[in-house]
Design a protein around this ligand. Sequence first.
Ligand SMILES: [Cu+2]
Length: 89
Amino acid sequence: MPSRRHHQRRRHPTHPSSSRTSPTSVAPGATVTVTNDDSQAHTVTSDDGGFDVKVGSGQTVTMTAPDSAGRYGFVCSFHANMSGVLVAE
Ligand SMILES: [Cu+2]
């Protein structure tokens, strides 16, 4: 009698990896499209308050880059371990 293996599928919970995005470079004042492929909502929140958008799961939003050239650090206000840098140049 052939033995049937019971395959147990384990779903690993998707928790935000400590993701550090490589700097995204855009023109000052440019429209930036942010797509969230994750199963959780995230935000792109500038350290200096220059921009702050919430991107729900599976959503795409647009935001405007700062008008002045520079490096703008941002975090996700939901997940303290998520951060990145937006470079306007
Ligand atoms: Cu997040």
